[in-house]
Write a protein that binds this ligand. Structure first.
Ligand SMILES: [Zn+2]
Length: 138
C-alpha cells in the first residue's frame, strides 16, 4: 500500500512540474485570468465574463422564442463595448417585462449580436442580451 501511494505522489509531482513549465501566465502578453467574449464574425472584443448579469429567474443564460417562432439562446451582460443600435426601443413582446428592447449589430462587421434592454421607468438602466451562437469566449 505504501509503495502505491509513493508512486501516486511521484506521478503528481511530475504533473505539477509539467504544468509549471507550460503555465501560460509565464508567457509574455498572456493573462489567463482574462476571458473575453468577441464577435464570432470579426473577433472584435465585445464584453467580458465579469460582466455576465443575472436577470429574470436569477440566470445569465436564457432561451426565448420570438413571435415568428425563432428560438434564441442569449447571455445577459451589463456591458457591451462595440455595438450599433438598429431599431427603435420597443416594449411589445419583450422577453424581460419592464424593459424595452433594441436590436443591436456588431459595430465593426454589422452582424446581428442580439438586443440592448432599457428599463421603461429608468432609461439609464440597461443590459445586453447577446446571442450565444454569435459570440465566442476567448
Ligand atoms: Zn463583428
Amino acid at each position: 500500500m505504501t509503495s502505491r501511494f509513493y508512486f501516486v505522489n511521484i506521478f503528481f509531482d511530475m504533473i505539477l512540474l509539467d504544468l509549471s513549465q507550460t503555465d501560460p501566465r509565464t508567457l509574455p502578453g498572456i493573462n489567463i485570468d482574462d476571458h473575453f467574449y468577441v464577435c464570432r464574425q470579426c473577433r472584435v472584443k465585445l464584453t467580458e465574463q465579469d460582466y455576465l448579469f443575472c436577470v429574470a429567474g436569477n440566470r445569465s443564460f436564457h432561451t426565448f422564442k420570438n413571435p415568428a417562432g425563432f428560438e434564441y439562446n442569449i447571455l445577459t451582460f451589463t456591458y457591451c463595448a462595440s455595438y450599433r443600435e438598429i431599431s427603435l426601443p420597443m416594449e411589445q413582446d419583450t422577453w424581460f417585462p419592464g424593459y424595452y428592447w433594441i436590436v443591436i449589430n456588431c459595430q465593426e462587421c454589422n452582424t446581428l449580436l442580439g438586443w440592448k434592454y432599457m428599463a421603461v421607468k429608468d432609461e439609464s438602466s440597461i443590459f445586453f442580451g447577446l446571442i450565444r451562437e454569435q459570440i465566442l469566449l476567448v
